[in-house]
Design a protein around this ligand. Structure first.
Ligand code: NAD
Ligand code: TDX
Length: 331
């Protein structure tokens, strides 16, 4: 089997490629990645000889057409992925997340190639803190940010291509991932690397916002489960019942790193900041038999902290510029 992994040099994509190379020796992996600020060849350096790496853009229809024609399946991770960036400059989000997905869909349609679309729970908007509900596949789409609006648009394109053109596609919407190789602009690695750099963690607003955390390996195991046995045309929600508010997450990071749990700063809130995400993943569990392996957030977080401590050269070069961008927005 030959799979094309878009965005394979990014956080979730690189972890997907790494576990695929390790666990599925019969699968040949080609990565298509534009190596934006969020992509890193270094995340694949030790497995480079086991994969084919193509530096290129998913909006390049000619290139995409050739690569898709040579593949049995496409797993589409590539995206502009950071909400804060989408508030400053939405254009790349429209280009990559919408036009890029459209370009891939046209190629899989032409060559009748199996396609799996990676998306986010943010397409559903947010929930009140005291709402007993969680997102299900029946929750109406209600995205809040330019990022989540473009992801919602891309999901809708996939559904339309399934219905109108009969492409062989599945979709998944996952909650917040954590683990190794995550860009240090994101919440958890930003706080870990702040502490490792002698700075204090920064929490937006009052820090009451809740995210539903899942380890990246559990997300990717679910993606493989869907590729192996998912029903074509269906959407699966992926989540590990990991709801925690941001102050609690920072408190845990501080404690695990030997600091006082109040050693952080409150900073400017994100405009339009979603309050709470929560995923009901019972369909994935009941129908496809998936279960998360990282059941203790504390242990997964401890391993993630160890990874950033051990792999300073992976992130240290970006730290000053990332923090300069945050400083300019008062965050
Ligand atoms: P990331 O920003 O770490 O990685 C994105 C990758 O895509 C990078 O390697 C980048 O170089 C590449 N890329 C960007 N634009 C491209 C283009 N035009 N052509 C080719 N490659 C391009 O993102 P991530 O956190 O790994 O997210 C991967 C996917 O998972 C995204 O679709 C995102 O919406 C989704 N998702 C992420 C999370 C999360 O918590 N991080 C949760 C749910 C869903
Ligand atoms: O410094 C920070 N301080 C802070 O309080 C940062 C960077 C974030 N936050 C807050 C904002 C959110 O409530 O932490 C929470 C998580 O923030 P992000 O890491 O930016 O993630 P989020 O906006 O929730 O989106 C993530 O999960 C869904 C991914 O970036 C998306 O790609 C994915 O779709």
């Amino acid at each position: 089997m030959k799979i094309l992994v878009t965005g394979g040099a990014g956080f979730i994509g690189a972890n997907f490629v790494r576990t695929t190379v390790r666990d599925r020796p019969g699968v040949n992996v080609t990565v298509l990645d534009a190596l934006t600020y969020a992509g890193s060849r270094q995340s694949l350096a030790d497995i480079e000889t086991s994969i084919e790496f193509v530096e290129g853009d998913i909006t390049d229809a000619g290139l995409v057409n050739v690569l898709v024609s040579e593949s049995d399946a496409v797993v589409h991770f590539a995206a502009e992925s950071h909400n804060d960036n989408s508030l400053k400059d939405p254009r790349p989000f429209l280009q990559t997340n919408i036009i890029g997905t459209y370009t891939l869909l046209e190629a899989v349609r032409k060559h009748c190639v199996r396609y799996h679309h990676i998306s986010t729970d943010e397409v559903y908007g947010d929930l009140a803190l005291d709402d007993p509900a969680k997102f299900t596949v029946n929750t109406p789409y209600n995205p809040s940010s330019p990022y989540s609006a473009t992801k919602a648009a891309s999901d809708m394109l996939v559904r339309a291509w399934v219905r109108s053109f009969g492409i062989q596609a599945t979709l998944s919407n996952c909650s917040n991932n954590y683990g190794p190789y995550q860009h240090i602009e994101k919440f958890i690695p930003r706080q870990i690397t702040n502490i490792l750099s002698g700075a204090r963690p920064k929490v937006y607003g009052a820090g009451q916002n809740v995210r539903d955390w899942i380890h990246v390996d559990d997300h990717n195991a679910a993606v493989w489960r869907i590729l192996d046995s998912g029903e074509l045309g269906r959407t699966y929600l992926i989540g590990a019942d990991g709801e925690l508010d941001n102050v609690s997450v920072v408190g845990l990071i501080l404690e695990l790193m030997g600091k006082e749990s109040h050693d952080f700063d409150y900073v400017n809130d994100r405009s339009g900041h979603d309050l709470r995400y929560a995923i009901d993943s019972s369909t994935l569990r009941d129908e496809l038999g998936w279960e998360p392996q990282y059941t203790t957030f504390r242990e997964g977080l401890r391993a993630t902290i160890d990874w950033y401590e051990t792999n300073r050269e992976w992130w240290e070069g970006d730290k000053n510029s990332v923090e300069a961008r945050y400083k300019a927005q008062g965050a």
